[in-house]
Design a protein around this ligand. Structure first.
Ligand code: EUG
Length: 703
């Protein structure tokens, strides 16, 4: 059945099926993604979806005796008999479908629903861990340097500012959920116990003014806040605050509009809750001939990804480089606009040049609001790429040792802009992983999968018996594409045995087709499939920057390989090549239900960070719990850079309320008291015991 038909059928089902009578009260508990998956367990065959956010029933957060609203609209979906994509198994799904975007702002687009549902089904079929983690401590977890009484009165004040329905206490068991139904209470891909990196509460401001009011509130009560846009920074900490008990400011729930689409300027202006799926949808609806630039997975926030300096795969793949203009709430609550946005248009309108010129006049600040805790970005301008003809292809290379030579071929092609997007180079093992089959389907052994096993399976797949796979795309007119491909064939052909494979050469469920989409501006869900490698999988990204040069790339490769071998992990390197450098992404997949494996994953990350730093290489981005260690590797001139960060932090955020510890930047209030989590340190400063140790020194004098 087509997606449209499916949606129609679901709409019909929505009208005809009523949820059980106790559903409204249940929904009152929580309105987050977490709650969505909690609901699943109540109604195994149905899925209850929420009405739009402004219609959400109010949640009593202090008194539980508020009246239960009587007019909640439910739509339901029959989760049985749902359609399967071609890639999925033939079994009927036993898990409910994820919410679609029309029904929930961070949902899946309806055209991807069947595939997302199948992907969820495949992942959940491997799950052996319990669905919820029950917590054995007084809840909610308090932020540091406060008392329960003070916290309660602060939360009462916050409820008065935002309305009680927009404040939600994190006092339920934790649910990791799934990609679409992700939690905003903790890190779904926890490295430490799930209960460590948790918030005390989440709040949902509905405008820049309300964000500013929340920031002023945080200053008044000295409560640490942790803003998220969507909260899908999975592999880097998800929605989890660095400081235990922070209040998560979930911007996306009520601020998720595409504010402008400009078909002449080829630009847009978005709010934090706009995902790549949503921006794509709006551009399509507008009929304008523009592309967005999605990362591998489309569920992330455009703002969130850009301010974490994420990457996509069209000609506009460097997201920060293609942003134009920000609106930022500073840690004191002041609101600024950067670039041309500083110059107001007539009659209180936005500057007509805000999305046209990045720099404005005077110092250019936008960079300090990325990977930082210096401000909350509430609006962001992005440039959009004009639609064009395109051709995606893969090139396979036969020998493990070809790696260096491949890099040497790629660099000049990119510097000369023959290749203009962000192409990927992957190891052959990833061809196995992106089939979505578990590792156990290929090999039953323990330890790292042997090269011969990979070879045996690859030789039966479209990639054949190869070692490396390059995914490239060329753009332009048909003639330009043909010319560029000719050059690529000559250049890659210099490596003996290089083989070009085009989309028409592979079956419809091959990963190459999802590269065609991503590299032509169509957001995808396919990349999740390598998460099936292990049961209960979480993933971590080790993401050093390498020059696009043979020797550097090899040095890093050898370090990463040696340490993966030492800790017993299969190695999934994806090189995202951005001209003169490569984002060297090693995806570490681990079983969240296996304590030993989690500890090895952490140790493996720590050692890779250290060993790379020793020879001069550093990460472009990292998991929130590894940020202190990574920040310390940027130590040139006796940590001069960190000292500069700290000067800015203390000036902009004197009370230290905004995301303390983000990117390793601690405000004065927290600095040098033991919060920093360094490599040679076995403490876990997000654990209850360590937080207690740190704070009790000060608690007598401060409280
Ligand atoms: C990927 C790429 C990234 C990143 C995390 C994951 C790709 C995975 C270029 O940056 O930070 C397939």
């Amino acid at each position: 059945m087509s997606a449209a038909l499916n949606t129609q059928r679901r709409a019909k089902a929505c009208r005809s099926i009523r949820c059980p009578a106790d559903a409204p009260r249940f929904l009152l508990c929580s309105q987050t993604g977490t709650a969505i998956s909690t609901v699943y367990h109540q109604f195994i065959a149905f899925k209850c979806l929420f009405p739009r956010s402004h219609e959400l029933p109010s949640r009593p957060f202090i008194s539980s005796s508020s009246p239960v609203p009587t007019s909640i609209t439910f739509s339901t979906i029959l989760s049985l008999n749902c359609n399967q994509s071609s890639a999925s198994s033939t079994m009927a799904p036993s898990v409910p479908a994820p919410p679609v975007m029309e029904e929930f702002y961070s949902g899946i687009p309806s055209n991807l629903l069947d595939r997302a549902h199948a992907a969820k089904e495949r992942l959940m079929s491997q799950k052996t861990a319990p669905d919820t983690v029950v917590r054995d401590e007084e809840l909610p977890v308090l932020p540091p340097y406060t008392t329960r009484d003070k916290f309660n009165s602060a939360m009462a004040a916050l409820s008065r500012i935002l309305g009680a329905s927009n404040v939600e206490i994190n006092d339920k068991p934790l649910k990791d959920g799934w990609y679409i139904e992700h939690p905003n209470t903790h890190d779904a891909y926890h490295l430490l116990p799930a209960t460590d990196s948790v918030s005390s509460a989440a709040c949902y401001p509905g405008s820049t003014e309300e964000v500013s009011a929340v920031v002023k509130w945080a200053n008044q009560y000295e409560i640490p806040i942790f803003p998220i846009s969507i909260g899908r920074n999975l592999g880097y900490g998800g929605a989890a605050p660095r400081v235990r008990g922070s209040v998560v400011v979930d911007l996306g729930r009520r601020m998720n509009k595409v504010l402008k689409l400009d078909g002449e300027n080829y630009s847009c202006l978005v709010e934090p809750g706009v995902t790549y799926y949503k921006l794509y949808d709006e551009v399509k609806k507008s009929g304008l001939p523009m592309w967005i630039d999605p990362p591998d997975l489309g569920g992330g926030s455009v703002i969130g990804n850009t301010v974490d300096r994420g990457v996509g795969y069209t000609l506009y793949g460097d997201h920060f480089a293609n942003h134009c203009g920000m609106e930022v709430v500073l840690p004191t609550g002041e609101v600024i606009r950067t670039g041309m946005g500083g110059l107001p248009g007539p009659d209180n309108t936005d500057s007509p040049t805000w999305q046209s010129f990045q720099y404005g006049f005077g110092p250019y600040y936008d960079g300090i609001f990325t990977q930082s805790n210096f401000g909350i970005v509430t609006k962001l301008g992005m440039w959009l790429m004009p639609e064009t003809e395109h051709q995606t292809f893969m090139v396979t290379f036969p020998r493990d040792d070809d790696f260096g030579d491949i890099v040497e071929v790629i660099r000049p092609l990119m510097v000369k802009k023959i290749l203009g997007n962000v192409p990927q180079l992957r190891n052959v093992i990833q061809e196995l992983a992106v089939t979505g089959k578990p590792r156990s389907a290929f090999w039953k052994g323990t330890g790292r999968m042997p090269r011969e096993v990979i070879r045996e399976h690859a030789s039966k797949m479209p990639c054949g018996d190869c070692a490396w796979v390059f995914y490239g795309t060329v753009y332009g007119t048909k003639e330009q594409i043909a010319d560029t491909l000719k050059i690529c064939k000559v250049e890659f052909g210099k490596i003996q045995g290089a083989k070009f494979i085009f989309p028409e050469d592979v079956p419809p469920d091959h990963y190459l087709h999802s590269r065609v989409s991503v590299c032509s501006g169509v957001p995808e869900i396919r990349e999740l499939d390598w998460l099936n490698w292990k049961p209960n999988a979480g993933h971590l990204f080790f993401a050093p920057i390498s020059p696009t040069k043979k020797e550097d790339a090899r040095t890093i490769y050898e370090i990463v390989l040696k340490i993966h071998q030492k800790y017993g992990f299969d190695m999934f390197p994806t090189y995202c090549i951005n001209t003169r450098e490569m984002h060297y992404i090693a995806n570490l997949v681990y079983d969240r239900n296996d304590e030993d494996e989690k500890q090895r994953a952490m140790a493996c990350m720590r050692e890779m960070i250290d060993e790379c730093a020793k020879v001069g290489y550093g990460e472009y981005r990292t998991h929130i719990l590894l940020a202190d260690q990574v920040a310390q590797t940027y130590s040139w001139n006796n940590q001069a850079l960190m000292k500069f960060h700290e000067v800015l932090k203390d000036t902009l955020d004197p009370k230290g309320i905004l995301a303390p510890g983000r990117s390793g930047i601690w405000p004065a209030k927290y600095r040098n008291q033991g919060w920093e989590l360094l490599a040679d340190d076995d403490r876990q400063t997000s654990s209850p015991a360590d937080v207690k140790k740190i704070t009790e020194k000060l608690s007598d004098s401060k409280l």
